[in-house]
Design a protein. Structure first.
Length: 339
């Protein structure tokens, strides 16, 4: 275009007319309209697919963890039914725990009724009912105080070939309420007739210690819940350091005597019907009596002592104490039939 397009000295109208004349011979491509009509839908489709793929990816990322957490439906008679039952398991309550190291807090799980549990039978979910996923029912049970515990009994077996003497202390809930026992209490040792008080020791029973006849220790943490008439039992084993000198024990092996009530200087004790009197016989001469070790049990709730047991013929040794265990209510003694 040879004309000067600067527009100097010309009006706007004349300049516009010159531009129009300069492009009057330009014609569009005959195929341009078809290309535009085909390209626009393809471009829109690509945009739509991109947004759809992004949304699908986001939904998949959210849905996969949720699908993995869904439990199988318990269809009757189908293979998923057995899997669902196995997943949910039985609705029965766990066994009653017991430990000397339980916390002194008051909440205790509600357990089904039975020996040693002290909980009503309807406190657990009935067997076969559907699992609703709700938290287990928690019933507040107070800790046992000393006034709740009584009817203490001491039991001793005869000494075995190694001179070990095993026994137990049983204390019952004499109140009208359920309460929790948080520990095994204490065992006090006193020496008499030449036994050495400096060589008397108390230790908790652990795996591998010399008191092999005691039950294997179990890892439990919760308190024992005992109802009226139920109780707890603390087993122990006396392991002497050796035989006493013959001038003290007369060459005899250790023997055992058990009774309710505290030993000398231990305070008032609870009576136990039918238990032997631990006091020495009036006819026994103190100088001729063999050495003896008195084992006194005091509940975790505190004094007074509940029961005592005397091991004769021992001068020194260790008492190994096991964790407390529940004791069911004593069965009622049938009335004698009239002759």
């Amino acid at each position: 275009m040879s004309d000067d397009l600067s527009g100097q000295g010309e009006s706007e109208y004349e300049l516009r007319a010159r531009f129009l004349r300069s492009v009057a011979d330009v014609e569009p491509d005959p195929d341009a309209l078809g290309l535009i009509r085909a390209a626009v839908p393809r471009r829109r489709a690509r945009h739509r697919y991109a947004w759809t793929g992004a949304a699908a990816f986001l939904l998949t990322a959210v849905a996969v963890p949720a699908i993995g957490a869904v439990q199988p439906f318990p269809f009757t008679g189908g293979p998923a039914a057995g899997d669902a039952d196995a997943y949910h398991g039985s609705t029965a309550a766990p066994p009653v725990p017991g430990s000397p190291e339980g916390h002194r807090t008051t909440p205790h799980p509600a357990l089904p009724g039975g020996a040693g549990t002290g909980a009503p039978a309807d406190s657990a979910t009935p067997s076969g009912s559907p699992d609703t996923g709700a938290s287990p029912v928690v019933v507040a049970v107070p800790d046992c105080v000393r006034g709740d515990l009584g009817r203490a009994e001491a039991h001793l077996d005869a000494a075995d070939a190694a001179g070990h003497v095993y026994g137990s202390f049983t204390v019952r809930n004499t109140s009208a309420r359920r309460c929790g026992v948080t520990g095994a209490g204490t065992l006090g040792l006193t020496a008499a007739n030449g036994a050495d008080p400096a060589r008397l020791r108390v230790a908790d029973h652990t795996a591998g210690d010399p008191a092999t006849a005691l039950p294997a220790p179990a890892p439990t943490t919760a308190p024992l819940v005992i109802g009226p008439g139920e109780g707890y039992r603390v087993r122990f084993g006396w392991v002497p350091d050796g035989t006493c000198p013959s001038e003290q024990s007369g060459g005899k092996a250790p023997s055992a005597a058990a009774g309710a009530g505290a030993g000398a200087g231990q305070g008032t004790a609870d009576p136990a019907p039918g238990a032997a009197d631990p006091s020495p016989s009036p006819t026994t001469t103190p100088s001729a009596a063999p050495p003896a070790v008195t084992i006194v049990h005091t509940p975790q709730a505190g004094a007074p002592a509940a029961a005592s047991a005397v091991v004769s013929g021992s001068c020194a040794g260790t008492v190994y104490r096991a964790a407390p265990e529940t004791v069911p209510v004593e069965p009622a003694t049938p009335a004698p039939t009239p002759g």
